[in-house]
Design a protein around this ligand. Sequence first.
Ligand SMILES: Nc1nc2c(c(=O)[nH]1)N[C@H]1C(S)=C(S)[C@@H](COP(=O)(O)OP(=O)(O)OC[C@H]3O[C@@H](n4cnc5c(=O)[nH]c(N)nc54)[C@H](O)[C@@H]3O)O[C@H]1N2
Ligand SMILES: Nc1nc2c(c(=O)[nH]1)N[C@H]1C(S)=C(S)[C@@H](COP(=O)(O)OP(=O)(O)OC[C@H]3O[C@@H](n4cnc5c(=O)[nH]c(N)nc54)[C@H](O)[C@@H]3O)O[C@H]1N2
Ligand code: SF4
Ligand SMILES: [Mo]
Length: 735
Amino acid sequence: MTTAYVTCPLCEATCGLEVTLDDATVTRVRGDRDDVLSHGYVCPKGASLGALHHDPDRLRTPLVRRGGELVEASWDEAFAEIDARLPGIIDTHGRDAVAVYVGNPVSHNVSASAYLRALVKALRTTNVYTAGTVDQIPKHYSSGYLFGGGMTIPVPDLDRTEYLLVLGANPLVSNGSLMTAGDVRARLRGIRDRGGRIVVVDPRRTRTAEFADEHHAVRPGADALLLLAMVHTLFAENLVRLGTLAGHVTGVDEVRELAADFSPETVADATGLASADIRRLARDLATADRAAVYGRIGTTTQEFGTLTSWLVDVLNVLTGHLDREGCAMFPLAAAGQANTAPGKPFRAGRRHTRVRGLPEVLGEVPVATLADEIETPGDGRVRALITIAGNPSLSAPNAARLDAAMADLDFMVSIDIYRNETTRHADVVLPAPSPLERPHYDVTLYQLAVRSVANWTPATLTSDVPQEWRTLLRLSGVIAGQGPDADVEALDDLLAADLADRYGVAADDTRRGPERIVDLMLRAGPFELTLADLEAAPHGVDLGPMRPRIPGVLATESGKVELAPEEIVSDVPRLAASLSRTARSTPESAGSGRRGPGGSATSRPTDLILIGRRQLGSNNSWMHNLEPLVRGSNRCTAQLHPEDAGRLGLVDGDPVTVTARTGSIDVPVEITDTMRPGVVSIPHGWGHDVAGVRTAVATRHSGANANVLTDDRALDVPTGTAALGGIPVTLTPTN
Ligand SMILES: Nc1nc2c(c(=O)[nH]1)N[C@H]1C(S)=C(S)[C@@H](COP(=O)(O)OP(=O)(O)OC[C@H]3O[C@@H](n4cnc5c(=O)[nH]c(N)nc54)[C@H](O)[C@@H]3O)O[C@H]1N2
Ligand SMILES: Nc1nc2c(c(=O)[nH]1)N[C@H]1C(S)=C(S)[C@@H](COP(=O)(O)OP(=O)(O)OC[C@H]3O[C@@H](n4cnc5c(=O)[nH]c(N)nc54)[C@H](O)[C@@H]3O)O[C@H]1N2
Ligand code: SF4
Ligand SMILES: [Mo]
């Protein structure tokens, strides 16, 4: 028996786990009590790392399409196929004919994230689509314009705050997002133990809402109105206090003017909150000494994602709750922290997509328009696609359309650990090692951690599957014209030398791959660690709580927090227009009349508004092939308030057909008074019963694909991020 200590790479919490092995068999996974961040916490997914590693369906051999069928092939055969097909497409149709889709697990995989740069550089395509564009891009955008850096995102100082206002996040289920905090439950409990308050704004009474002191069931998409009315109240009641931020903020008067028309009375109907409650929320926030406003995916993947993300921080600033102990603060990571050296001020929209003119943000363009780019003829049409750790067939809006478009590509390569809904369309599938077969250091998520910590995980098990960085470099070699057998070591040396140059430190050339990269990032970092320091600390190194970072962290043109950037406030008229839209709608049905942008449905009594939900045993779309995770309550259902169910004559478990502009799906209803009347919730990541996958367990527990209902036309306008929530749908009992 041996024991290994690993940082879980499955979600943003970065928990430390203790893995027990009998030779190469994982016999137990539990929380590492000595882990510096998570102190022994583990969730059902982390506990399933062994099951994931041993899953017989997980890919260990490349697949190549022969005579229409994906068949097992050697690595050399797979790369020969790519070399025979991909460079030709670039030669004939140009660089932009190849698109890349980067999925969520890349953020948790330094081997993939560090070496993706090489691939994108070799491709020189403008078509880089990411899961971020169905997720947090509005927060990067608002932070970029407010503070000057797209990664300069404030996170709540959970361990010291006494008032936490949470909008559109359910950390007790998601384990925290844009807020890396292993064992979030203990940390939230800490707030209450200190006599503090937690307030949740969410159309559903989630686990986090149940746990909180106060819950407000806002109407989907109305958060920006709510927050702007709180801003209005702060000014009206003379509660604006910049505190230590005074002298570091511009644009306060502009914000006052923008909020003038949004009194609590004006927005009450549209938000579903009483004006007295809105005023009280503003006062409670203003008078709390240590407080933070925090918003997550319910605030970013919605019609007003940018404005909501912006207003979260406007409130933090106006109440003096930014960059102070116990408030919203800027983390400081030991490696790769993007905002430690002064850079150029953030700018988005440096280019726009060909068909719909949607903006680039952080070099990424919205996956909501990938199908347009594949389907629409002309120069720059996407003819080939490389997916890396992504499953857009289940995760992107109007997924059925994108799925069909992918089937129509000239060539597709996927790097993935499963043959699933997306990778079944590929011509070549290249496997990646399991999480236990690769080293790990969470370069991305530690930049958003509530404490500075550093933890290195060496690979626990060896693998026949090449490390993902090697696969990415080999693929880059094909694209750079070096053929199927590029010198991976030489390419790695180049990449490391380039980074060493950028960080101004010498690379330790006795190390290879991500080890060399992480080591040089650590040495260049603010705590001047080395990889050897971390190798000697299997439970991680604690580097202390967040510290004030203003003004040094600010990279705006003015060197100040720019509270009213044109790129954001120009969207306020669209928000104002949404108010008159609500005013015109019928008041008796909470959901009716609120249309997503581009939605053309007329209000009917059975119209509902669709939102999503996360489930403890799911990880977006890809862990449903593990028996321990698909037992019990982890099911794909449409949650509905009893009033709505009664109106539709539905009882618990009845099958319903849910229809939106883009398509319809059948799911059983789950009747629960945790839902806001007029709103229906269906989790994403299900819908595994399609041909050509190799996920036996998931197929048996299929569920339906909620993203058949989400609309690729419904976007947060400034960023083009999909509004996955707030979609008008109709429910009819399935016969
Ligand atoms: N167990 C589990 N954990 C996960 C994941 C998973 O799939 N399963 N996925 C991971 C990923 S990729 C991410 S990005 C994070 C996300 O982390 P969270 O954002 O915390 O995740 P959700 O549980 O989806 O919480 C979003 C909440 O927003 C609410 N909501 C929907 N629309 C609105 C709205 O218009 N306004 C407001 N105020 N609320 C709204 C929903 O009801 C929901 O409760 O979770 C990560 N962790
Ligand atoms: N309706 C609705 N849709 C949503 C959301 C929602 O809340 N509602 N949430 C959105 C969010 S926040 C996100 S982040 C996206 C996620 O969108 P995606 O990233 O497209 O989807 P995932 O389900 O995370 O798929 C991850 C893929 O990576 C593979 N994989 C896992 N580990 C590795 C690895 O180490 N290497 C490689 N190469 N592959 C690996 C898995 O097999 C799977 O195919 O979904 C979005 N879609
Ligand atoms: S909460 Fe996230 S990081 Fe922690 S064990 Fe679960 S999946 Fe892993
Ligand atoms: Mo996400």
